[in-house]
Each structure stands twice: as C-alpha cells, then as structure tokens.
Ligand binder design. Structure first.
Ligand SMILES: Cc1cc2nc3c(=O)[nH]c(=O)nc-3n(C[C@H](O)[C@H](O)[C@H](O)COP(=O)(O)OP(=O)(O)OC[C@H]3O[C@@H](n4cnc5c(N)ncnc54)[C@H](O)[C@@H]3O)c2cc1C
Ligand code: SF4
Length: 509
C-alpha cells in the first residue's frame, strides 16, 4: 500500500530518515506555508533561502525517480500551516499512512499530536538526523536532570568520541576557551568567502518573494547562500581550509566593515539540512589531526555545534511552551524602531543591525553582546525581541532561536539556560571591537550628553535586579560593587538611565 512521506521546510537532507522507508509507489509531500513564512520582521533573504532550498531539494528527489507533490506559495492555502496542508493533500490522494522525520518545533509536535488523536492517519515518526544525539536515547537523561551546558557537552564528547583520546579529552581538557577569546592587536584582513552564480530556480524564487512578500525586510540582492548539499560542502571545505585556523583567536571580536570575521556562516545550512552537524564536527576534528588547526580553535568550534546547538535543542524541548512567553525580569519596553532601520547613533548597534539587514546574518558576538545586550539592559519586551531574531536571520528556526534569545540573550527565563546574564558595559565592547573609536558616544563616560548608553544602563540593570542577582555566584561581586558606589554615583546612574529611556522613547538615541 502506498504511503505519504512528509518533508518539512527545515528537513531538506537526503539522510532524512523518513525517506529511508521510501518505496516506488509512495508519494512525497512538501508545502510552502505563507502562514509560517511570513512572520513579523521576516527578511526577504530568509524567505528566498528557504524556498530555494526546498524547491531544489524537491527537484533532486524527482530526478531520483520519486513522485513529489509540491505546493508553492501561489497554490497553497493562505492561513494554513504546513501540517494542515500536508494533511489535506494526503486525504486528497486517499492515503492514510504517513511517515515523517520527527520535527524539532514544539508547535509542529503539538499539531501532530492533535492530528494523531483525530485518527485520520497512521503516523510514524522517524529519528531526527539533523541532530548528532538521538533524542530517544537522551530522553531519560534530560528528563531527569536540570543540566548545564558544560556537563552536557562533556557527555556528548564521550558519546561521540569527538576530540577524545580513549576516556580522556585530547589535550587534557574539554574546554580551551581561556586560550581563545583573544583581543586582536590590529584589524585582520577580511577572509575570502565563496559565493555561487544564481541558478534559474533561484531567480524564479526571488521573483516570487518580491511578488508575494514585498513588505518583508531587506532585499534578495546580493544573494550568496548555498542551495545544494554540494555547494554547502564546498563552503565547509573552504572554511576548514582558510578560516578555521583563526576561529578561536578571532571569534569574540567585532570588526566594523567585516560582518563575518572568522565565523563559519554554516548555521543556515546545518539547520535546513544541507549539512550534517556531525560531518561538520568531523571535518574540523580532521583539521586538528592534520596539524592544520590548533586544538584550542578546533575544540572551540566543535563545542558550538556538539555542545551549544544540541544543548539549546534539549533546553527548548524541556522548557516549552512556557519558554517562548517567559519574562522573568518583567521587561516591557517596545522594541526600538532602529532594530529594523539601523538608524541609531550607537555605532556598534547601527553596525550589527545594518549587517543583519544586508545579509540576514550577523555573527554570535553581534547577536549576543550588541543587539541582545542592549535589549536586556534597556528592558525590551522579550517576546518582541524574539520575533525580531526569528524574522531577520536565515538560520532562525524557533527551536534554536527561542532558547538563544529568551535564555542566553535576555536571561528572560530566569537562568535555566545561561548561568548568568550576558550583559556588559562599554568597557567590554571597547576592548573587543573597533566601533567605539568612530562612535559619537564616549565609552569611558558614565554620565553626560555623550556618555555611552551601555554604561549607565548596565549599572541601572544591576541596581534594578540586585535582589535577584546577589544570589547568582557569577553576579554577586558586581552587585557588591554597585552597593559600594556612593549615593551620589547611584543617583547619577539613575538620572542618566532615565534620560536614556526618555531619548529611546522619543527615537533620539
Ligand atoms: C540572541 C541570539 C539568537 C540566536 N539565534 C540563532 C538562530 O536563530 N539560529 C541559530 O542557528 N543560531 C542562533 N544563535 C546562535 C549563534 O549566534 C549562531 O548559530 C551563529 O552566529 C551562526 O553563525 P555561524 O554559522 O557563522 O557560527 P559559528 O560562530 O561559525 O559557529 C559554528 C556553528 O555552531 C553552531 N552554534 C554556535 N553557537 C550556537 C548557539 N548558541 N546555539 C546553536 N548553535 C550554535 C551553529 O550551527 C554555527 O554554525 C543565536 C545567538 C544569540 C545570542
Ligand atoms: S561607545 Fe558605546 S555605543 Fe558607541 S560603539 Fe562603543 S559601546 Fe557602542
């Protein structure tokens, strides 16, 4: 009997485990859902990337002799989710057996559970091959404990054998961050990046995006994303060969005019299925074995994928649905308009937003220490910040974006994901970036017209949340420092913060 195989938009990999069950008579269903593609703040490049990868993947499956039924935005139902449309298609073809790879999205899992209850289909969920770990095998572990990233990562190293020498980590440590995170003495030359000629399919997708989503942010020009596993693999090889050796050393730096520094730009490909996360880690490990890159840099890179990416997924799984709405610090200011124009005098923020609007990408330090740092200090409503991050980045899917934004970026979950708020004054940004030089604000001043807003907002945040933060071992000393300020200095901080909030409200920052 024929069955339906459903492929979601972020499951475009030939190793999709539901495809392993394919037989000649089966039908593969794929859908573009306007409801899911057209969220607030969505970037045109993100939409074009998703559509182009999906349509290319459907073509690949067709060329293998598989029967694919594909509904594009023009033909799919407005206001319907992928699952609603996939179910309708399956009924239309009189099929009752459905196979699909387990989605990461909590919303999709919930929808599937409802569908299963309806009894219309017999649904088989297969293993998510876009994760290194096996969720079913991990279940007893993550369900039983409140786990932190370091213990999780060490478990993953032992489980996969990556960077292990028998039972011990290579180099005697699981973490070499102390050797990474260097302050650059001079601005390095920009590292060369690959880009590919636009295919006819991509040009058609861009025309569709311009026709159907003209209100979305940014533009599709220039467009440099890989769309096939072969192209993404070439980008991976290029990264390993030319960029990885400096990854650890440069990774925490912000450089004006260089949106990528030494980051890999691979997240969008891993998350949509073009690259296998384990294969990326193994490629980096191979560079260490060939003496092409140091253990410090390779460990720092592998930890991002084997550690952070998987850790974020399990945190999402255990904390949803509450996580999406969490607002532990009771932050209620609206998202400033400059998050979608880049028009602000704060040079570091203007740059991070401009890079985001141009590339639908910014690197981790821009996301964490600039846009999220400012949003935390300025007490911006976490839900609005989450919608911004989900819309503007080509790699953003809710399972990875929500824990990163709500947990790591904003500390809005109260510390379940990150062990302390990732906040800083201008001192950190001045040390790690070259943005403060040309900025009209003074990174060393606390008060006055030209004082950098990060400074007063930082201390105002500590003052506001001191009763909570004093119990956090990583923040207690900072709370003590604030409490030792004389009352005049504390009053200055409060006045300066009020002035900044007034300017923010008036759109004058
Ligand atoms: C507020 C905020 C929101 C974020 N939203 C997303 C998101 O929507 N999607 C997303 O993939 N990442 C997100 N991240 C994590 C990280 O910033 C991006 O993965 C990274 O910037 C992607 O660029 P890259 O591929 O050049 O990464 P690199 O710096 O080269 O890192 C290598 C790889 O490690 C993985 N990785 C690194 N850090 C993380 C992390 N914290 N969580 C998950 N994977 C990680 C990615 O797969 C990445 O490709 C967010 C971080 C913050 C602080
Ligand atoms: S002075 Fe402040 S606002 Fe300006 S670039 Fe430095 S940290 Fe950013």
């Amino acid at each position: 009997m024929a069955k339906a195989i459903w492929i979601f938009n972020d499951q475009c990999c030939l190793t999709n485990s539901a495809l392993a069950s394919w037989q000649d008579e089966d039908l593969i269903f794929m859908v573009e859902s306007r409801k899911e593609l057209d969220l607030p703040f969505t970037h045109q490049k993100k939409t074009a990337f998703i559509l182009a990868v999906n349509r290319t993947f459907a073509q690949t499956l067709t060329s293998q002799g598989k029967h694919v039924v594909y509904l594009d935005v023009l033909h799919s139902q407005h206001g319907w989710t992928q699952i609603e449309q996939l179910a309708a298609l399956t009924k239309e073809y009189h099929l009752t057996e459905v196979w699909l790879m387990r989605p990461k999205s909590w919303v999709q899992r919930h929808e599937l559970a409802q569908l299963e209850k309806s009894g219309l289909f017999q649904i088989t969920l297969t293993r998510d091959t876009n994760l290194i770990s096996d969720e079913a095998a991990m279940q007893p572990w993550f369900a039983a404990k409140s786990f932190r990233m370091e213990t999780f990562y060490q478990k993953m190293c032992r489980q996969t054998g990556l960077l292990m020498d028998g039972a011990e980590p290579i180099g005697g440590s699981y973490n070499f961050d102390k050797a990474n995170q260097q302050v650059l003495k001079k601005v390095p030359a920009k590292l060369p990046r690959l880009s590919f000629k636009k295919s006819a399919l991509l040009l058609a997708v861009i025309a569709d995006v311009q026709r159907h989503f003209p209100h979305q942010l940014g533009s599709c020009d220039p467009f440099y994303f890989s769309l096939t596993p072969e192209q993404a693999r070439r980008e991976l090889d290029h990264f390993i060969m030319h960029i990885l050796p400096t990854f650890g050393q440069y990774q925490d730096n912000l450089i004006l005019g260089d949106p990528y520094v030494s980051h890999s730009l691979l997240s969008a490909y891993i998350n949509i299925g073009l690259l296998d996360p384990l294969e990326v880690c193994q490629a980096a490990e191979g560079a260490y074995f060939r003496h092409h890159a140091s253990i410090e840099t390779v460990e720092g890179f592998i930890r991002q994928i084997l550690g952070w990416r998987e850790y974020m997924f399990y945190k999402y799984l255990t904390l949803m649905p509450g996580l999406e709405k969490a607002n532990h610090l009771q932050a209620h200011r609206p998202l400033p308009a400059f998050y979608w124009t880049g028009q602000t005098r704060l040079r570091c923020l203007a740059q991070a937003v401009a890079d985001t609007l141009e590339h639908a990408y910014s690197h981790h330090i821009q996301r964490l220490m600039v846009t999220a740092n400012f949003a935390t200090l300025a007490q911006i409503d976490p839900h609005q910040v989450h919608q911004w991050y989900l819309g503007v980045y080509a790699d953003a899917w809710d399972w990875v974006e929500i824990p990163n934004t709500i947990g790591m970026g904003l500390f809005a979950d109260g510390g379940n994901i990150a062990s302390k708020p990732y906040i800083s004054s201008a001192a950190y940004l001045n040390k790690m970036s070259n943005a403060c030089g040309p900025c009209p604000y003074d990174p060393k001043a606390l008060a006055g017209e030209n004082a950098c807003p990060f400074n007063a907002l930082y201390w105002h945040f500590i003052a506001t949340h001191q009763d909570t933060l004093q119990h956090n071992t990583r923040m207690a000393m900072i709370v003590q420092s604030y409490r030792k300020f004389d009352p005049e200095k504390q009053a200055t901080i409060a006045r300066q913060a009020d002035a900044i909030f007034a300017k923010l409200k008036a759109g004058q920052l």
